[in-house]
Design a protein around this ligand. Sequence first.
Ligand SMILES: [Zn+2]
Length: 126
Amino acid sequence: MALKYCQGPKCHTYDTKDRKRGPKENKRNETRRRSSFYYLDGNACSMICERDWFNVYGSRALDHFGRVTEPRVLTKDNAWSTRRDWSREGNDTFYVYNYLTQERHSITEQQYDDETSITHDGRLNI
Ligand SMILES: [Zn+2]
């Protein structure tokens, strides 16, 4: 798997053994490099580096992708989610659930697995 660098802008400034590189006379600390990371959607090595990234780039990212300028609204039309009731016997039941009206309708396992059954903004698409 390809290695990638932590995107935390101050990663190299945290003094840990695994960041140390170079010979005695030319010691330096480098940005962490790994095949995968847990933070910042797989792009930062730690919560600290994730926070550092946001402190430097967060506002610019919001400006770039568009800020919320009016309230988003949850109504019965976009309050749907897929649910699964686990069963010890292996016959799980699947349904869509409206968390404003508590309405529920049975669906198939295929519909449950289908990410388009509920739109990304919570609307029923079955
Ligand atoms: Zn880092």
